[in-house]
Design a protein around this ligand. Structure first.
Ligand code: GAL
Length: 465
């Protein structure tokens, strides 16, 4: 029988730009995603924007209702930096923004829901982009000032903090491929380096100035596919799969958990283009109080050589990941359904990063095309995935502390706009009220939570009597 710890966090996640709307309401400053979506040549699906989205800026009480209906114990949300600090600096605080997040946090606590708060989920203030953004060595200190502001304003009610969400995606899609805001190319390693420095500064600020009074934990949400060799008997493919993991999970986890530096394989392949940590203070090593993992999918990996041409991450990696035709697709070409990969990745994390406490801070499955309220496949996906997490805990001894589904609501899915729906609740984007309706997968997730919570309660009562 699967048994989750009684204090296991059952959550769902969202991000400010993806749900809030109110993009210029009540003194909010512009973010890089506002600017990116408003460009005449916007590459976002059908030129969708997050201008209104789920309108959670005005309809946050509806979100609380959804959270309660699911029976979540935890909710992961992100703060919009430019809603709080319109020009990115603490020189000017937007009190309406502070009020907004106070209401949401107080509403969660009043319902017995524990918030996990992400400080940065892809939406840099445009004013800081104008000063170089993540390519500038000044941005980490500005992030640190923003983080300290948030610890001070909200830390009396927040115990679980994520500094940055998915620096890999932000660096790779935003600063290498130019597909995400700010649409920069060829600067991933530099941007990623500054994100790591920003994270480390904020962690040290919390540790020195807030931890004692607030007693919280701080980490960074690291995303990765699971990677397995395409040909299980090929040593080349095995090495390629290891490189694939080093260039995704390892890029950000190695500095935090292993060595204070990038993985050796990256150093060897990228050489001079990979910035150095030497002499950089404060240290990056040891700046994660738990492992925050965003997992979506897996790849079969083979070794490939790329000859000639300009330096690129693909060339550095020398590997290529493909989807196993046996894994169902869900409408987005990158998102093959592979719940087994989560268990494998959890085992890998336990072995590689010294058995950390792990929160799965995102995991989910999308639908595209005509809306399917009776989304049985997604309901099965949640059942199967939670089963894999249970095996990781019970059979592999991984210290998993929580699972957060992506996402509470259908929302603005970056370059896919509203064309991909990840919600446990359907949102009607053609309706001014943005009505939220639970999908069958939401009912399934609610049932999973309720079953496991009553099981672990019963188990405790039995063992303590
Ligand atoms: C993650 C991201 C989320 C969400 C999800 C689904 O990379 O953190 O914001 O969009 O992917 O694609």
């Amino acid at each position: 029988m699967n048994m989750f710890p009684e204090d296991f966090a059952w959550g769902a996640s969202t991000a400010a730009y993806q749900i809030e709307g109110g993009w210029d309401a009540d003194g909010k400053g512009e973010s890089i995603w506002d600017a990116f979506c408003h460009r005449d040549d916007s590459s976002v699906f059908e030129r969708h924007t997050g201008d209104v989205s789920c309108n959670s800026y005005h309809l946050w009480e509806e979100d609380l209702r959804c959270i309660e209906e699911l029976g979540l114990t935890h909710y992961r949300l992100s703060l919009s930096w430019s809603r709080l600090l319109p020009d990115g600096t603490t020189g000017h605080v937007n009190q309406q923004g502070v009020r907004y997040y106070n209401q949401v946090l107080d509403g969660l606590l009043a319902r017995g829901v524990t918030p996990m708060v992400t400080l940065y989920h892809f939406d840099l203030p445009q004013a800081l982009q104008d000063r170089g953004g993540w390519q500038s060595a000044d941005t980490p200190a500005l992030f640190d000032a923003y983080a300290r502001f948030c610890f001070g304003a909200f830390g009396d009610r927040v115990r679980l903090w994520i500094t940055l969400n998915e620096p890999y995606v932000c660096a790779k899609l935003g600063h290498e491929d130019g597909l995400h805001a700010p649409g920069v190319r060829g600067a991933a390693y530099r941007a990623g380096h500054h994100m790591l420095r920003a994270h480390a500064l904020a962690w040290h600020s919390y540790d020195a100035g807030y931890r004692r009074a607030q007693g919280g934990l701080v980490s960074m949400a690291i995303n990765s596919d699971w990677a397995e060799p395409e040909d299980a008997d090929s040593a080349e493919d095995a090495a390629a799969a290891a490189r694939y993991l080093a260039f995704s999970l390892g890029w950000f986890a190695w500095p935090l958990f292993v060595s204070g530096d990038y993985p050796e394989v990256m150093r060897a392949a990228v050489d001079a283009r990979l910035p150095r940590f030497s002499g950089v203070q404060p240290a990056v090593l040891g700046t994660a109080d738990f492992f925050a993992l965003n997992y979506y999918t897996a790849r079969k990996v083979r070794s490939v050589g790329v000859d000639g041409g300009a330096p690129s991450m693909k060339k550095d990696l020398g590997a290529e990941g493909v989807v196993d035709p046996a894994w169902p697709l869900c409408g987005l070409p990158w998102l093959a359904v592979a719940p087994h990969g989560l268990r494998q990745l959890l085992k890998y994390i336990k072995a590689t990063f010294n058995h950390p406490a792990v929160y799965i801070t995102e995991n989910g499955f999308a639908q595209t095309g005509p809306v399917l309220m009776e989304d049985g496949e997604r309901a099965a996906f949640y059942r199967e995935t939670v089963g894999e997490v249970a095996k990781a805990i019970e059979e592999d001894g991984v210290d998993v502390r929580g699972y957060f589904a992506w996402s509470l609501l259908d929302n603005f899915e970056w370059t896919d706009g509203y064309g991909a729906r990840f919600g446990l609740f359907h949102v009607d984007f053609s309706d001014d009220e943005r009505a939220r309706t639970m999908y069958r997968s939401g009912r399934e997730y609610a049932a999973i939570i309720s079953k496991h919570r009553s099981r672990s309660r019963a188990h405790r009562e039995l063992t303590s009597s």
